[in-house]
Design a protein around this ligand. Structure first.
Ligand SMILES: [Zn+2]
Length: 392
């Protein structure tokens, strides 16, 4: 079997000393300044391009010593990332324009290409003599082509290396599966063996998180510098938050691997969480679990060469998966069973939705470009109701 080469990220914990951390933060502040400058240009209608920004950077570096003290590679990469996200904001639906990075809110993140970093004696070497010990939890499969050095909400530093590795191509399989997301069961699938139950990690820490956040707000003084007690409470809250997120990620990975290993066609409900302030804690934590599982599934599926189809969630709960006719009324949230008005087919609400999602994806794959034509349009339903109400 011939191997395929894939590009992936390998992430390691970094343990910078006091000096190195100070240097990283100073570097971040310079890059943040450049990012914010670019955002300002865009907001004032100057249409920044990467070429224009690079020219400005060269000029600014020759003028200001404090900017020259920083790494040109990191600064150049910041502008590159900026113009990329600006481009995406025009092309990718739902992606907003790049925003200011506030000192208090944005987490440090620095990019270096091969010109800007090296690995010697097990340490990550950055410009201006910065040397950071790396926790080599596994071996790098090849020479990295770039590294992103970043800090998370707990203050931990990580180095994420882009590497190429050889992998065995995924085995050919023939199965297909439909997936519907939900609150009680994170993923209901066409095959009950592959359901992902909601384990409620975030919810379980919710009480503790609540307590930590109340403590934070008690210790918050508007206008004053954050006190040591406030920072401690903030750290505690961030830790709980990350604990839940890590558990979600782990569960999502195990589940996604099983699904991808056994199915060639993967039809996924294109669920978009809203994270409204109004929604309940339970809903928010369920959404977080769905988000983690969906991300893992799409990433693993596409990497293994599976056909991953995202199906818009409209009408999936009111369409019969047996005869594909659509019920006239929406199924209330409390109704757990779907019953078809046309053929009498009965199934669990989510199971029926998963089967409808799979059927829709199969039709998309068969080359029908607009699936909506195959399902009765909403107008017909309204008309039918109206006709029935007419006096004879
Ligand atoms: Zn039916």
């Amino acid at each position: 079997m011939s191997l395929v080469t894939e590009t992936v990220r390998y992430t390691y914990r970094l343990r910078p000393g006091v000096q190195a951390e100070t240097a990283l933060l100073a570097e971040w502040n310079r890059c943040r300044f450049l990012w914010n400058e670019a955002v300002h240009q865009q907001k004032t209608g100057q249409r920044p391009t990467l070429c224009g920004l690079s020219k400005l950077l060269t000029e600014a570096r020759s003028k200001f010593v404090w900017l020259r003290e920083g790494s040109q590679v990191a600064q150049q990469q910041t502008l590159r990332t900026y113009s990329q996200s600006l481009n995406h904001s025009f092309k990718v639906k739902g992606r907003g324009r790049p925003r200011f990075k506030a000192r208090k809110r944005a987490f440090p993140s620095l990019d270096y290409t091969t010109r800007g970093f090296s690995i010697r004696d097990g340490r990550l070497r950055l410009p201006a003599g910065v040397s950071i010990p790396v926790v080599w939890s596994r071996e790098l499969p090849s020479e990295p082509t770039s590294v992103r050095v970043y800090q998370d909400s707990l203050g931990h530093w990580y180095g994420s290396f882009v590497v190429r590795r050889d992998a065995e191509p995924a085995c050919e399989v023939s199965g297909s599966i439909g997936i519907d997301w939900g609150v009680k069961v994170t993923a209901t699938t066409t095959d009950p063996a592959f359901d992902l139950p909601y384990l409620g990690h975030r919810k379980r820490c919710a009480a503790e998180l609540d307590r930590a956040q109340r403590k934070m707000s008690r210790r918050h003084k508007t206008g004053a510098a954050p006190s040591a007690g406030y920072k401690r409470a903030r750290h505690e809250a961030a830790k709980l938050h990350q604990k839940g997120a890590n558990q979600n990620k782990h569960d999502g990975r195990v589940w996604a691997k099983a699904v991808v290993d056994n199915h060639q066609l993967i039809a996924v409900e294109d669920f978009k969480p809203t994270f409204l302030a109004k929604s309940t804690m339970a809903r928010k934590s369920a959404d977080a679990a769905i988000g983690a599982a969906k991300r893992e599934l799409i990433e693993r599926g596409t990497r293994a060469g599976r056909t991953v189809v995202l199906v818009p969630p409209a009408y999936t709960t009111m369409t019969c998966s047996n005869c594909s006719s659509r019920n006239k009324t929406r199924l209330g949230l409390g109704m757990r069973t779907f019953r078809c008005e046309a053929c009498g087919f009965e199934a669990g609400r989510d199971r029926n939705a998963a089967r409808t999602i799979l059927a829709t994806a199969e039709r998309i794959r068969a080359g029908v470009d607009d699936v909506r034509h195959l399902l009765p349009p909403l107008g017909d339903v309204v008309d039918a109701v109206r006709v029935r109400n007419l006096p004879a």
